[in-house]
Design a protein. Structure first.
Length: 388
């Protein structure tokens, strides 16, 4: 049972009017038990999940994870939990939807990932990352624990305290009411979203223009470069240069907060990626598919890598329904959009448009850039995990 101070805090959480989904892995799951042991939990806790195995966490997040214990993973877990809270409330029907203030403002996602003392020695520091997500804020704290100073059970208690502190903060409760014992320095990042970002996340708008758009000459195609830019690298820059040379007009970088499989970008992540693109014209959207992008910018040319083009025709992205896939390709064609395809390195091979097996209607929409014009053997994934 929680101690008196902790119990009083949890009572305030249950009475806050906020509704939570918690996602915790590696440590800190004691916070779930603590929340549920205090009467009134049904007023605040919608769901709690513990995707402990690597496969379970990847399934929860919708795809591969670069680092299982990191600030970014905690933030992604929090956003996934926030979106799950929206799903659960939406399933409640019109009563939930009619709640004042708007129900989305009352929802919170909590994500925590930890690497604590175990039966085997760990190379890195013992650490805890805890994040919370709302409709207008992303917050994350990171705490490193010196090895050997605490038992596993004591490190679990620290992780539990940090999770409860994040829940309290997310619920608008003064964090000073939470006692966290001698943790040492805690790193914190908080990103409050402009209203437009919140509207984009909640589906109240489809796109935001960022930066000064250069004038497109009447004979030049509008060129859109969709990507995650995680991170932006020399290959992206060169692709934009080649497209500008070919079409005689500026390139607009399109960054979508939405993804077919994964949770939306959180606000810290969004701020970081936009900072890389500073000085460029950016279209920030919630268009997860190319059909959605084409509706936003009909008549454009999309810059894509060969690997991205291949994914456009994979049945997996259409619920394994090839008729849906073909319909999406037909819609892109009807909106007069085309693709400029760049080669990509895959293992020892350099894959170009000529190497791809594509439906004829999709291939008809494609132009390609030859290897002698562009070849950059650089990978965002490798850059993220420090392999290049």
């Amino acid at each position: 049972m929680p101690n008196t101070t902790q119990q009083q805090l949890i009572e305030r959480i249950h009475a806050s009017g906020k509704q939570l989904v918690l996602s915790i892995t590696g440590g800190g799951s004691g916070a779930v038990a603590a929340l549920l042991e205090v009467p009134g939990a049904s007023a605040s806790v919608l769901e709690a999940v513990v995707p402990y195995a690597a496969a379970a966490l990847q399934q929860w997040l919708g795809g591969p994870v670069d680092h299982f214990c990191s600030e970014r993973t905690a933030r992604t877990m929090a956003m996934r939990a926030f979106e799950r809270a929206r799903e659960l409330v939406a399933a409640g029907g019109p009563v939930a939807a009619a709640t004042e203030p708007p129900i989305a403002t009352l929802l919170r996602g909590i994500g925590a990932t930890a690497s604590l003392a175990s039966t085997r020695a760990k190379r890195g520091a013992h650490r805890i990352h805890v994040a919370w997500q709302s409709a207008d804020t992303t917050s994350v704290v990171t705490c490193e624990l010196r090895k050997g100073e605490r038992t596993r059970a004591e490190e679990e208690q620290v992780a539990t305290q940090l999770v409860l502190q994040a829940v309290a903060e997310a619920c608008g409760i003064d964090e000073s009411t939470v006692i966290v014992s001698a943790l040492g320095p805690i790193r914190r990042r908080v990103q409050h979203a402009p209203t437009a970002w919140t509207e984009l996340l909640l589906g109240k708008r489809d796109a935001i223009d960022i930066g000064v758009q250069q004038e497109v000459k009447h004979h030049a195609a509008r060129v859109i470069f969709p990507g995650a830019f995680n991170p932006l690298h020399s290959g992206h820059v060169r692709m934009a240069e080649v497209a500008t040379e070919r079409y005689g007009g500026p390139v607009t970088f399109e960054l979508s907060i939405a993804n077919v499989d994964k949770p939306p970008l959180d606000f810290v992540e969004l701020a970081d990626r936009l900072e890389q693109l500073a000085g460029r014209h950016v279209l920030l959207t919630r268009a997860a598919t190319f059909a959605e992008k084409a509706r936003l910018v009909p008549g454009c040319v999309f810059i894509v890598g060969a690997d991205t083009l291949q994914r456009i025709c994979e049945a997996h992205y259409y619920g394994k329904d090839l008729m849906q896939r073909d319909s999406a390709i037909d819609e892109i064609a009807a909106l007069n959009c085309r693709f400029l395809v760049f080669g990509r390195t895959a293992g020892d091979d350099f894959i170009t448009l000529k190497n791809l097996e594509l439906p004829a209607p999709l291939r008809a929409l494609c132009d390609y850039v030859s290897e002698d014009v562009f070849r950059e053997d650089v990978s965002s994934t490798k850059l993220r995990v420090g392999e290049s």
